[in-house]
Ligand binder design. Structure first.
Ligand code: CP
Ligand code: NVA
Length: 301
């Protein structure tokens, strides 16, 4: 039975640590030599597509990009039949989809690993890069305080869950109706977070934090809500005044693309705390680590 990565809870804490360790090895050999990796996209992408393509190349494989409208998932044929077909030619299927259940259906039918390249619910490969960046910049993960400010987005869910798995303190500040639910918070506690705090004010969440993270106020597919969300998120933008409440050594992360003047001020994105380009670079290293780890799993076809 294949391992999949639909969200970070598909990995144990020690497996997550192994993936991060592999991600720091520059030469992982050519475990994908002569193999393909299918990259299926229903939404636009810059970082995810290019970092994954280059990670596949570095592992000796061939990335095969395909736009979802060429495949016609659940129109030309079912998501299950698409997954089974791609598995006839590729070592792994990676997909960016609107509806997470499409991924769970593909994974259930696929004899090769299915990797989530972003869905409405989760963005685990982004979280891997964020955790590696925190570990590299701060020298540790357990005990670090991470403040998530803004929308409880796909990126927030995966990163906060990964942070919990690695023993970080997790704080979240979001406007009413846009933050984590009680079950979300319980999931963080059960995953092993050092502490979990859903502060309402951004300043409370950021106070003394080691890492401050945010994401767009409206994700791909939510463009019609942009105006309403801009109003709802007033006071939740990360600017220099907010960052001044964090630890003096704090780092700022953002998955990108950024909306300067909305969720983040230019002065923060371009400022001394920002590590967003190290984070973007780590997308390629963590994808290489993940694909190499998947290639090493027992029973891998
Ligand atoms: N952070 C991220 O996933 O970027 P893309 O949407 O450009 O892939
Ligand atoms: N939450 C954003 C992340 C983009 C990488 C989105 O889903 O559009």
């Amino acid at each position: 039975m294949s391992r999949h990565l639909l969200d970070l809870d598909d990995l144990s804490a020690s497996e997550l640590s192994d993936v991060l360790d592999l991600s720091e090895q520059v030469d992982l050999g050519r475990p994908l030599a002569g193999r393909g990796v299918a990259l299926l996209f229903e939404k636009p992408s810059t970082r995810t597509r290019h970092s994954t393509e280059m990670a596949v190349v570095q592992l000796g494989g061939h990335p095969a990009y395909v736009r979802a409208d060429e495949v016609g998932i659940d129109e030309r044929e079912t998501a299950e039949d698409v997954a089974r077909t791609l598995a006839c030619y590729h070592a792994t299927t990676c997909a960016r989809v609107f509806d997470h259940t499409r991924l769970t259906r593909m994974a259930a039918a696929s004899p090769v690993p299915v990797v989530n390249l972003l869905s409405d619910l989760a963005h685990p490969v982004q979280a891997l890069a964020d955790l590696l960046t925190i570990r590299q910049e701060l020298g540790r993960l357990a005990g670090v305080t991470l403040a998530w400010v803004g929308d409880w987005s796909n990126v927030a869910r995966s990163l906060c869950f990964g942070a919990a798995l690695c023993g970080l303190h997790v704080r979240v500040a979001a406007p009413d109706g846009y933050g984590p639910t009680e079950p979300d918070l319980e999931r963080l506690v059960l995953a092993g977070a050092a502490s979990v705090d859903a502060a309402h004010r951004a300043a409370d969440a950021v106070k003394g934090a080691d890492v401050v993270v945010t994401d767009a106020w409206y994700s791909m597919g939510q463009e019609s809500e942009a105006q309403a969300r801009r109003r709802a998120f007033e006071g939740f933008g990360v600017d220099a005044a907010l960052m001044s409440g964090a630890a003096s050594t704090a780092i700022f992360l953002h998955c990108l693309p950024a909306h300067r003047g909305e969720e983040v001020a230019s002065e923060v994105l371009e400022g001394p705390h920002s590590r967003v380009w190290a984070e973007a670079t780590n997308r390629m290293h963590t994808m290489r680590g993940l694909l190499a780890w998947l290639a090493r799993q027992p029973g891998r076809p």
